[in-house]
Design a protein around this ligand. Structure first.
Ligand code: HT7
Ligand code: ZN
Length: 868
């Protein structure tokens, strides 16, 4: 397969000003007529992307193009010889949506029609220069059988409809805004809508519709409410207003990702739309809020201002994730939101940055662009936007956004355009931040300090190093904003004065580390202080050199909630690593009484902020701990973590039980931050109590639960139990919810992540279960993904059965949906960090995948880079 390089970018030879599309929908043979008004833009032939299209007709300015002027490439593209500099190209193609199992282009799901065009799906619908720097105005006419497709939607505003005598009907949609082809969308079928209306700040009336399958109408309330809050927030915080008469959302159960921001017609995975308390957890509710906001915010950051090429993907994704994170932070507890985002970053992006697929936020090359919708482009990209925000401040950032939008509206631009707008609006030189876009690898930040009593001076030395990554052996320093403060021995915040400053500043201040090493001298420091660094996680780095004593102190005293949580986490991580080492030496790991003290302390103050307490109570995950080891030992990490949970549950049983009882839900189920926090804390207590042997408590909670959050929390604990305590609830859950795809996914996941010894065998049985369907991405992820990414103990089983299962599944899935297969193969790439025996087994499975004839280019790219 071919590699595409960023350095090879050339402007398109032809632009397309307007597109008229005419669809005659039929599952087996859909006809697509396209009329493209083209105009020359640069040198080169007229080349239109295409994939799997049966070309029936081609004309320019009405004249049929003879075959001699049409070149069909092996990749499915179409080259037109001797094209004039401007004119109208008309093509007619036939496609088969019902055969489209990749879910890219036009496909059917449950008898309805849906499209997914990002990144390169439009070429599977019609011949077109399918690249984001070709922006056009679209008029779309859809014709279909009226009974089969009473609803027919596309981008923009509706512009007429009518009936035909043959039982079909038609609708026309006009999108007044120029857009790239990846934002095209069509949805048609038997759908019902939940609707509201929204009046924008300038008085424009917008019809809001959420289109779902009949019967799902009662699950759209939270999505609609999240949409309305997102629209209002973007007006208030960024002054950005919606720009069409309608905003449609269609939910589909077969979808490769979370959702898609098509102009005026977002298409969503049902997982991010449908929720009611009996079927959706608090996590699901939060996911819906985030994804609805994210897709809505793309209307400006992505759609009105789009990317010049796919290497600039983080221009829209990093910025839009930053915007959705800020939105969610404003809806509830900013500190808890930051903790959760950092947890997510460390669970997914840090390992990616340290593995074989490590790539910069702006990659240099790709084989399959679908493989670059990654935590690095999304989450690290958002962190880089946050770095700029932290450096220049909220007011300058807002001015920068205004400038960026004003200057780049209706254009396809680059990351430089964004940074230039921020730089001009703030007057701050941001060149030191470009390294964050162009270098892979998580920087390591080391601290060292000394106190000079006679001079009453405290000196902080910070060093940074960006580790080598594939293709980038040497790195240069980047700009790292370090938000920090100093505490005295009693935990009080000290005002700080740097050498050269006239006055001391109260509270948190920002140090800018721009070189490989820099020292900062603080004056008037009466006694050795305790530094609190990276407040709010001001940069996505790994901080080293903070002693266990200081961590313990900061976990209790710091004024910054993020550092309080972080210090507890780092303390526990270091402790667990020592315990793992002891276990590997055959010694008893012991128990640090500081942990009991920390749990008791957290529970004492839990009432003030239960969500924070729940975060503070949870031990570092097995993956996070294993990631800190030179050679991972998943079984030892699991044993140590389980042992700690049991011991904490035993020693703190009294306070855990008291908190559990005190938080029993009274009254109606609510999804506000405080109610969610109370449930999270209660279920955290339950987990410790069950670890200490109180299985009956989980059985009782499962039976009595009035909502999915509590029911699932109990069931996931019972899934590790023995005998009827496990089998009864699992069977009950299946019987209750077998008709509900999203809930049944949870049933598969819970079993896939069980630590029971028989899990590897159970996985194979579940794979053969009549309710398992490899073609549905949610279901495939719920079993295969949950096992490979969420069950390190069994995935890394010594006999290699976990690896074998994953490779078998990837090989079976690849011809059906290469994009999902490529995503799932990722965990096999962790072999370098495993012991030699397991590493060899992992490599063998990667080789087995690579040996498959006609492997998709996405899976080829992931597996071959993993082995390199
Ligand atoms: N921009 C959307 C990305 C997306 C996607 C990419 C490749 C294949 C299928 C896809 N579905 C959606 C989602 C987003 O970031 O908002
Ligand atoms: Zn996005």
């Amino acid at each position: 397969p071919q590699t595409t390089y960023r350095a090879d970018y050339r402007p398109p030879a032809f632009l397309i000003d307007t597109v008229e599309l005419d669809f005659r929908l039929d599952p087996a043979a859909t006809l697509v007529r396209a009329r493209l008004a083209f105009r020359r833009n640069g040198p080169g032939p007229m080349r239109l992307d295409g994939q799997g299209l049966a070309l029936l007709e081609a004309r320019i300015d009405g004249a049929v193009l003879p075959e001699a002027r049409l070149g069909l490439g092996a990749d499915g593209s179409l080259t037109v010889a001797d094209a004039p500099d401007s004119g109208m190209l008309e093509t007619l193609v036939r496609i088969a949506p019902e055969k489209n199992t990749e879910l890219s282009g036009l496909y059917t799901s449950g008898g309805n029609f849906y499209t997914q065009c990002e990144a390169e799906g439009f070429r599977r619908i019609t011949f077109f220069p399918d690249r984001p720097d070709v922006m056009s105005r679209y008029t779309v006419t859809i014709t279909a059988d009226r009974a089969r497709c009473p609803v027919m939607l596309s981008n923009g505003n509706p512009d007429g409809s009518g009936g035909n005598e043959d039982g079909t009907h038609w609708v026309r949609w006009i999108d007044p805004h120029p857009k790239p082809s990846y934002l095209f969308a069509l949805v048609a079928g038997d759908l019902v809508d939940v609707h509201e209306s929204f009046v924008t700040k300038s008085g424009r009336q917008v019809a809001l519709n959420i289109w779902v399958r009949r019967g799902d109408e009662d699950r759209c309330g939270h999505a609609m409410d999240s949409l309305i809050r997102s629209m209002r927030w973007d007006e208030e915080v960024f002054g950005l207003e919606y720009d069409l008469d309608v905003f449609n959302i269609a939910a589909v159960s077969d979808f490769n990702m979370g959702a898609m921001e098509n102009k005026g017609l977002n298409v969503f995975n049902t997982k991010y739309v449908l929720a009611k308390p009996e079927t959706a957890t608090d996590g699901d509710y939060q996911g819906i809020e985030t994804v609805i906001a994210h897709e809505y915010f793309h209307n400006w950051t992505g759609n009105r201002v789009t990317c010049r090429d796919w290497f600039q993907l983080s221009l829209k994704e990093g910025l839009t994730v930053f915007r959705d994170q800020e939105f969610s932070a404003d809806q509830g507890s900013r500190a808890v939101k930051r903790i959760r985002d950092v947890r997510g970053l460390r669970a997914a992006q840090f390992p990616e940055d340290a593995g074989p697929m490590a790539h910069p936020v702006r990659p240099d090359s790709y084989i399959e662009i679908d493989n670059f919708y990654t935590p690095t482009v999304y989450q690290k990209g958002a962190e880089v936007v946050r770095l700029i925000h932290t450096r220049i401040g909220a007011a300058a950032f807002r001015r920068g956004m205004d400038l960026y939008i004003a200057r780049c509206d209706n254009r396809a631009v680059t990351i430089e355009d964004f940074v230039a707008a921020m730089q001009e609006a703030s007057g701050v030189d941001l060149s030191g931040f470009m390294g964050w876009y162009d270098q892979a690898g998580t920087p390591e930040l080391t601290m060292e300090d000394r106190y000079e009593p006679e001079a009453r001076r405290w000196v902080l030395t910070l060093r940074q190093a960006v580790p080598p990554t594939p293709g980038q052996p040497d790195k240069h320093p980047v700009a790292i904003p370090v938000a920090m403060g100093l505490l005295d021995a009693g935990g009080a915040e000290l005002p700080t004065r740097l050498a050269g400053e006239n006055e001391a500043k109260p509270g948190t201040r920002l140090l800018m580390l721009e070189a490989a090493e820099q020292s900062f001298t603080f004056e008037d420091v009466a006694a050795p202080p305790v530094p609190s660094l990276l407040r709010g996680f001001s940069a996505p780095v790994k901080l080293k050199g903070v002693s266990q004593d200081r961590l313990r102190f900061l976990a209790v005293h710091d004024t910054d909630p993020f550092v309080r949580w972080e210090s507890g986490l780092q303390y526990a991580t270091a402790l667990m690593l020592q315990m793992v080492a002891a276990r590997q030496r055959g010694e008893a790991p012991g128990f640090d009484p500081a942990l009991e003290e920390a749990v008791r302390n957290t529970l004492r103050g839990a009432e003030a902020d239960p969500a924070f307490a729940a975060e503070a109570l949870s031990l570092p995950g097995e993956g996070f701990v294993a990631d800190q080891m030179e050679v991972a030992d998943p079984a030892a990490v699991h044993a140590v973590r389980e042992g700690l949970r049991r011991e904490i549950g035993r020693r703190c049983g009294d306070v855990l039980r008291a908190t559990y009882d005190a938080l029993a839900e009274a009254g109606e189920y609510r999804v506000d931050g405080r109610s969610i926090g109370r449930r999270a804390l209660r279920n955290a207590c339950l987990a410790y109590l069950v670890a200490a042997g109180e299985t009956g408590l989980a059985e009782a909670q499962y039976a009595a639960a009035g909502n999915m959050t509590d029911r699932l929390a109990a069931l996931s604990l019972l899934a590790d139990a023995e005998g009827p305590a496990r089998e009864g609830p699992l069977a009950d859950f299946h019987a209750r919810w077998r008709g509900d795809d999203l809930v049944l996914d949870k049933w598969f996941s819970i079993q896939a992540m069980s630590s029971r010894a028989d899990t590897p065998a159970a996985i194979r049985t579940l794979y053969a279960h009549p309710d398992f369907d490899l073609r549905n991405p949610n279901r495939a992820r719920s079993l295969i993904g949950a096992f490979a990414s969420g069950n390190p103990l069994h995935f890394h089983a010594e006999d290699g059965e976990g690896y074998r299962f994953l490779a078998d599944a990837v090989i079976a899935l690849d011809p059906i949906n290469g994009s999902i297969a490529a995503r799932l193969v990722g965990p096999l790439g962790q072999w370098r960090r495993q012991a030699p025996g397991r590493a060899a087994l992992m490599r063998r499975e990667l080789e087995r995948v690579l040996a498959v004839p006609k492997l998709s280019k996405g899976t080829f790219e992931k597996a071959s880079k993993a082995l390199a």
